[in-house]
Design a protein around this ligand. Sequence first.
Ligand code: CTP
Length: 414
Amino acid sequence: MPLDSIAGANIVLGVTGGIAAYKAVELLRLLEKQNAVVTPVLTKGATRFVSELTFNALCSTKAYSSLIDYDEPILHTKLGKNADLILVAPATARLIGTYAAGIASDLLTSVLIATNAPVIVCPAMHTEMYENIAVQENLATLKRRKVIVVDSEYGRLAQNDVGKGRLASLDTILAVVKRTLMSHTSLSDKTVTVTAGGTKEYVDPVRFISNKSSGKQGIAIALEAYYRGATVNLVSTVVGIPDYLYGLENFNIYHVETAQQMSEKVLELSHFSNLVIMAAAVADFRVANESRLKIHRQEGTPKLELVPTVDIISELVTLRSKSVTKNSNSIFKHQKIIGFAAETDNLDERALAKLKNKNVDFLVANDVSKADIGFDSDLNAVSIYNRGGLIKHVAKKNKHEVAAEILDVYESEI
Ligand code: CTP
């Protein structure tokens, strides 16, 4: 049954015999930390790398490694039926081949065949094995059967070899677990474009005018939309986007710097987007007389001539209304646009005026005069408005929780 979050989910964690088996211990800890109920199932090979005792010590249930050693007569069907999700990490070539062939040769492969729950397989092996045509064909077979494969990464392997085949990062695996458990929500057939960070308007090749936006709120919204099953486009000026986000399928990251670049990318993506969230702090002005060469002190104090940037959100609204009249079946017909407002005074009044002025569907306003929330903080407090006025005030929470509140509003209003 689809769940709202990872908490309380029954997850069977299948562990097979590869060097990455030790990472499954940390994965178990991370899943348990998020209150998932994890039942580790180890293959015989896995127990050569990490013991059942280790998993037993960390899980809230019980770890298993044998089909017939237990009081439970039909353990594999019980585990298969009770599971909300089966996650195999790491998955060896043997496990992938056995599962693809439909052979129930031990407890883990029996559970995999005895379940209707979604299955995530995370391959980890040496490059030669990973690239072997048989392994690739087996992975393709699993994918065709709707098994979710979290592809291996390039990196250091056993015996200091380097290549493709390394277990995906645990953060990537966790994000896919969350998405799989939550993707029943209304975003699973939606494409969501989110902007994040402050734009940079260059003075010369080494200097720019920017603002304090960290992009954390935009990234949190993009991730929450991903968990809810959306295809996500993150258009971001942020340099330090967490690495694991690059490893997620259906999570597209576009780097931009200036308001002009952001505008071009967002307008292009809006043709395919059901929802556009302009969380970025876009500069209102750019430097008209940007110098091609570095400006030197000896040249005297430069006089910067500022001109307005393109108002991206207004362009989005204009494009939507033009496109709807031209083609009533287009994605624009039901497209929603969410604006942000960072204010230091008269929040309600300014937010409502901005919503009307920009003609957006929702506006998320935050008070950036408070040091503990907003810019660069992990916390935020926002008020969300639609054309009828205030919908919801979200008191101080971390930005991931605020992201969930914003998407809840969108989901309840479509
Ligand atoms: N925005 C935009 N393009 C710009 C400036 C802002 O798309 N050139 C978007 C922001 O991403 C945000 C919303 O418009 O979603 C409101 O941004 P804000 O800077 O608060 O509004 P401004 O119209 O610039 O008004 P002011 O700065 O005067 O408050």
